[in-house]
Write a protein of this length. Structure first.
Length: 92
């Protein structure tokens, strides 16, 4: 995958996590709320519990995918310096 693909996957993962996590938290804290994430998951089996579990899994997968893409992406700038100065010094 190219650098742009990793960036896109990271961005999509962040957006999905940002949308799913508050809906899941709202469903856990407010038991009267029957529509986590604006009713998109109405057809999920198990009622509110099934919707909350599915929403949590979606948030978890998006977070892992975004984090994986972030670690695979090469840095845009190179670090200067390094460990050369530290290796030259001897400790007694």
């Amino acid at each position: 995958m190219r650098k742009g693909g990793y960036t896109a996957l990271e961005a999509v993962g962040m957006v999905i996590t940002a949308l799913a996590a508050p809906g899941m938290i709202r469903a856990l804290l407010d038991h009267g709320s029957s529509e986590p994430l604006w009713g998109i998951l109405d057809r999920a089996p198990g009622g509110l519990t099934g919707q909350t579990i599915l929403l949590g899994l979606i948030a978890l997968v998006a977070t892992v995918a975004g984090g994986w893409a972030h670690t695979r992406k090469e840095p845009t700038t190179k670090r200067t310096g390094g460990l050369a100065g530290i290796r030259d010094r001897e400790t007694i």
